[in-house]
Design a protein around this ligand. Structure first.
Ligand SMILES: [Zn+2]
Ligand SMILES: [Zn+2]
Ligand SMILES: [Zn+2]
Length: 144
């Protein structure tokens, strides 16, 4: 049977490969975005660094994943909303940076208001980050 991820790859005219499926699976299972080094560790021997880099780059170009910077300035990747298409991202939501665990979360339910730019300016992507303590870290503080 075809999985949703296989469909997603085919829809974007990408060959279905095991590493590509694994990357999607790992990212979809998390509630936070993931950085390449962490992803690399989780994939183990399944993929080398260069291949993983290419997979992430392709996914970003195809509108499957979007890049978010964490507080260390490391690129993290998160699944895109369904309105993203090739070369056109619509991830206009807040990103939450946890100052404790340094994870980045997509706040998909909070959309950014449309912004009026001065004439001559053309908006590409728009990001807005909130810094604070995430729910996982908050729970730990409260229970200890
Ligand atoms: Zn996107
Ligand atoms: Zn946290
Ligand atoms: Zn996001």
């Amino acid at each position: 049977m075809e999985t949703d991820f296989e469909n997603l790859l085919r829809k974007n005219h990408l060959k279905v490969t095991q590493p590509r499926l694994s990357v999607l699976q790992i990212i979809a299972e998390r509630d936070a975005a993931i950085s390449q080094p962490v992803l690399e560790k989780m994939m183990g021997d399944e993929v080398d660094r260069v291949t993983l880099y290419r997979i992430l780059k392709t996914f970003e170009e195809k509108g499957i994943l979007h890049k978010v910077m964490d507080l260390n300035g490391t690129a993290n990747y998160a699944i895109c909303s369904s309105s993203c298409t090739e070369h056109e991202h619509h991830d206009e939501h807040f990103h939450f940076n946890c100052t404790n665990c340094h994870q980045v979360y997509c706040m998909n339910n909070f959309h950014l208001p449309p912004i009026q730019l001065p004439s001559g300016f053309k908006a590409g992507s728009l990001t807005l980050a909130i810094t604070g303590i995430c729910n996982h870290c908050n729970e730990k503080v409260q229970s200890s």
